[in-house]
Design a protein around this ligand. Sequence first.
Ligand SMILES: [Cu+2]
Length: 148
Amino acid sequence: MKISRRKLFKGATGLALASAAGASITHRASAHVDIDQEIVITMGEMFFQAAGQDAGAAITVPANQVVRLVFINEGTVLHDAHFGRDADLTGRKYNENLAAPFDMLEIPAGGEAWLTFTFTDDQKGEWEMGCFQLGHYEGGMVAPFIIE
Ligand SMILES: [Cu+2]
């Protein structure tokens, strides 16, 4: 899997990078990849909602394509996005992390950020996207994340 990650916060100029063997990293804000599909996902209390879908509805992405997930936090508190299976509500993470070694994205209230993934055939299947801020997953801030 290739990961290109750019993280933009309101008023911030910092660039956060995923760093890992095998990850393709976007080091410059001017770098670009061609995006096959973009999905805008609104975050709020307590939900993920993909554009054109109901809150909490499954988000389906194709394997072997460059997919950009744009997160917009329209809520009033910080939210995060983890991808995986088998939620660990004590450790506040998924026991099986879809995007390892990428961990998760945190977006402050009013913030926006995006992730670009290319999932592989062996990642096809049903996963979840969840927010592990205390009480959020439990409050329903989780959605099926399906790679097909
Ligand atoms: Cu949250």
